[in-house]
Design a protein around this ligand. Structure first.
Ligand SMILES: [Zn+2]
Length: 150
């Protein structure tokens, strides 16, 4: 997926699930991290270590707190800077996991080893294609219908 599609799908999913802009925004930024972190090595190391889910699961475990799922804006500001950063980094890592899942529906991603990519889900479209654009629109339409029913 392109960066724009990662941002839209991740933000929309987490906003519908949590109704929290902080969570959705943190995850949206995190969804850009796996590709952006490749930097100059993008050509030679695309979808390798930066796309290994184990790193993001480890980060989620490290930043987990019991109240991370029930955060309101008022609670965040009252808790202070460190707990707020911890929550940001938790949802940032969650966004990285969303990125990997989103990449898995349009190509191989590393699963068992960080440098060996495997096809784990059916390829639904090519990156940057009209199919990707239609997928994002359809996905958001489904999320809208789910949000209206809730
Ligand atoms: Zn990627």
């Amino acid at each position: 997926m392109t960066g724009v599609s990662h941002s839209i799908v991740t933000f929309a999913t987490l906003y519908v699930a949590t109704h929290n802009v902080f969570i959705a925004g943190s995850a949206m930024l995190g969804s850009l991290f796996p590709d952006k972190s490749e930097g100059l090595f993008w050509q030679s190391a695309h979808r390798s270590c930066s796309h290994w889910f184990v790193l993001y699961v480890a980060a989620l475990s490290f930043f987990w707190t019991p109240d991370v799922l029930s955060v309101t804006g008022v609670q965040m500001w009252q808790a202070g800077l460190i707990p707020m950063m911890r929550r940001f980094l938790f949802w940032f890592a969650a966004g990285g996991l969303f990125h990997i899942l989103e990449d898995a529906i349009c190509g191989p991603v590393p699963v068992l080893y960080p440098t060996k990519r495997m096809t784990v889900l059916p390829r639904l479209f090519k990156v940057g294609s009209v199919g990707e654009c239609l997928f994002v629109i359809a996905y958001c339409a489904v999320l809208y219908l789910i949000a209206v029913k809730l």
